[in-house]
Design a protein around this ligand. Structure first.
Ligand SMILES: NC(=O)c1ccc[n+]([C@@H]2O[C@H](COP(=O)([O-])OP(=O)(O)OC[C@H]3O[C@@H](n4cnc5c(N)ncnc54)[C@H](O)[C@@H]3O)[C@@H](O)[C@H]2O)c1
Length: 254
């Protein structure tokens, strides 16, 4: 499939997990990609894999901190300048931290908001003019099953993901007449850097987490399972999908 041939795609969190898998999926489907992340080593690994795949001529890697306004402003401008326009923004970058809510510091709360929610806002704001200029721009944001279903010890994280869903619905309506589509993926139980170390409190009551097991398969799925859905949503195959979220969790929350 070459659904992204001639399309320019900017992907955050491109140095690990689902963002990285999405970079490779879009490259495999013919797209031109700028992958950004705070983790330069992760980005280099993304580039190494693209070199091995023979797709590196369509990939640029760039260090960018989505929670830093100046980094986003200059980084997005450079990315769009290099690509020569923008068709798709995938806001995959995010952090997961867990804690007892009564022990959660304001610093911890603010950090989650700054990266997950404010970072998604800043990236989207800076990319919108270029996305609208093309007339059929797409924004894929990252919610989580924790936004709609109870995940203990993740109140702050879940709140950021619920905020991202609301933000996505609003922009889907606001720019619909200009051809923009905005959708969320809501993954759960995906093998990634984040789920290798969710940082649960040492005394977490694991019985509260027992229900968070996928019905399909033998356990967690690989990040490419989400990347394939993102490719569908961001391509013309998703042309009538906007202002909604798609749960990708192997039936954990059926
Ligand atoms: N893995 C899951 O089961 C799951 C479930 C629900 C939602 N998600 C969401 O999927 C998205 C991708 O996460 P993942 O699971 O691939 O985890 P991951 O940790 O493997 O990848 C996240 C990437 O975001 C980058 N990042 C963190 N802070 C950043 C910043 N300030 N600026 C730029 N980049 C930054 C990290 O360096 C990392 O490369 C996240 O938004 C996460 O909340 C994942």
């Amino acid at each position: 499939m070459e659904r992204f041939s001639g399309r320019n795609v900017l992907i955050t969190g491109g140095g690990s997990g689902i963002g990285q898998a999405t970079v490779h999926r879009i490259l495999a489907e013919g797209g031109k990609v700028v992958a950004v992340d705070v983790n330069e080593d992760g980005l280099k690994k993304t580039l190494d894999r693209a070199t091995a795949d023979g797709t590196a001529d369509r990939l640029t890697i760039q260090v960018l901190d989505i929670s830093d306004e100046a980094s986003v402003t200059t980084g997005v401008a450079a990315a769009i300048g290099g690509l020569g326009g923008l068709d798709v923004l995938v806001n995959a970058a995010g952090i997961l931290r867990s804690s007892h809510t009564h022990e959660t510091s304001l610093e911890f709360w603010n950090k989650l908001l700054a990266v997950n929610l404010t970072g998604t806002f800043l990236m989207t704001r800076e990319a919108l003019p270029a996305l609208l200029a093309g007339g059929e721009g797409v924004v894929v944001n990252f919610s989580s099953t924790s936004a709609s279903f109870a995940h203990p010890y993740m109140a702050a994280y879940a709140a950021t993901k619920g905020g991202i869903q609301s933000f996505t619905h609003a922009i889907a309506s606001e720019y619909s007449k200009q051809g923009l589509r905005a959708v969320c993926v809501a993954p759960g139980s995906i093998d990634s850097g984040m789920t290798h170390n969710p940082g649960l409190p040492a005394d977490a009551d694991l019985s509260l987490l027992a229900k968070l097991a996928p019905a399909l398969g033998q356990g967690f799925a690989g990040p490419e399972t989400v990347a394939g859905v993102i490719a569908m949503l961001a391509s013309d195959d998703g042309a009538f999908v906007t202002g909604t979220e798609l749960r990708i969790d192997g039936g954990t929350h059926m």
